[in-house]
Design a binder for this molecule. Structure first.
Ligand SMILES: [Zn+2]
Length: 238
C-alpha cells in the first residue's frame, strides 16, 4: 500500500470515528489532511448520495486543490466548509491535519460566551485556550470567512464558531481526532459540573509543568487504539 493510500485509509477511519464517538451532530463535519503543499485529502460530498461520514471509506476520499477543485477521486465535489483548512494550511506549515465537527457540548458551552475551564484532565490539552469566532452565516463556505477564522485561530489548535461548531488543527490525523474528542469531553464535564456547583480550576503553570509531550503522545496512542477498536467492533463499517 502506498503512503497516500495509507493516509486515505486512516482518514476514512478518522471520519467514521467522529460519528461513532458521537462527536458531531447529524453526521456533519469531516477530517482533512494536507498530503502535499496545495493538495488536500477530504471526503467527497457524500450528502448528495444520502450518505455521510458515518460510513466513509477509502474510495470516498477525494483530493482537492486550494480552490476546492477535485483533482482526483470518485466525486465531482468534496465536502463543503473546506476554506478554513486551506487558509490554515497556507499559514501554518506545521499543520498537517484539520477537522470540523458540530460537537454538542462544545457548542453549548461557547453559546453562553464562557471560556473552557482548566478543571479536568481533558481540558489540559487546551492550556493555551480555545478561541471563539462570531459571524454569520453559521456555515464556513467562503474563502474570506475561512481566512478570517484561520487568522483568528493564530497559533492555537482549536476555534469554535459560536452556535455552529469546532474547527481544529493538528500535526497528525490521530492528534487532531484525539484533541477534538478531548475538547468535547472537557466541555461536557464543564457544562454538567457547573450546573451543580462552582468549577475548581487547576493552576496553569502546574499544568504546563506536568502535562508533557511524552504524556500527550502516550494518551494519543491509547485513545486512537480505543477508538479504532470500538469502530471495528461496533462501527457501521469495519
Ligand atoms: Zn459545519
Amino acid at each position: 500500500m502506498s503512503h497516500e493510500d495509507e493516509i486515505k485509509e486512516k482518514l476514512a477511519i478518522a471520519n467514521r470515528i467522529l460519528v461513532n464517538e458521537n462527536l458531531t451532530e447529524l453526521g456533519r463535519g469531516h477530517v482533512a489532511y494536507k498530503i502535499d503543499e496545495g493538495k488536500i485529502l477530504i471526503p467527497g460530498h457524500l450528502h448528495d448520495y444520502n450518505r455521510s461520514i458515518a460510513d466513509c471509506n477509502v474510495s470516498d476520499i477525494v483530493k482537492i486543490d486550494y480552490n476546492g477543485k477535485v483533482l482526483e477521486g470518485n466525486y465531482p465535489e468534496s465536502m463543503h466548509e473546506f476554506f478554513f483548512y486551506i487558509e490554515v494550511f497556507k499559514i501554518r506549515k506545521e499543520v498537517k491535519a484539520a477537522l470540523h465537527m458540530h460537537a454538542f457540548y462544545t457548542n453549548i458551552l461557547f453559546m453562553t460566551g464562557q471560556k473552557l475551564a482548566l478543571a479536568s484532565r481533558d481540558s489540559f490539552l487546551f492550556v493555551d485556550g480555545v478561541k471563539s469566532f462570531d459571524g454569520l452565516p453559521l456555515f464556513v463556505n467562503t474563502r474570506e470567512m475561512g481566512k478570517n477564522m484561520a487568522e483568528a485561530l493564530g497559533g492555537s489548535t482549536a476555534i469554535v464558531h459560536r452556535g455552529h461548531g469546532t474547527f481544529m488543527v493538528g500535526q497528525s490525523i490521530e492528534e487532531v481526532v484525539i484533541s477534538a474528542a478531548s475538547l468535547e469531553r472537557a466541555c461536557k464535564k464543564q457544562v454538567l459540573a457547573s450546573s451543580i456547583g462552582e468549577l475548581l480550576e487547576y493552576d496553569e503553570k502546574e499544568i504546563r509543568k506536568t502535562n508533557t509531550n511524552e504524556i500527550r503522545q502516550e494518551v494519543t496512542d491509547i485513545d486512537w487504539g480505543y477508538f479504532t477498536t470500538r469502530l471495528s467492533k461496533f462501527g457501521m463499517t469495519g
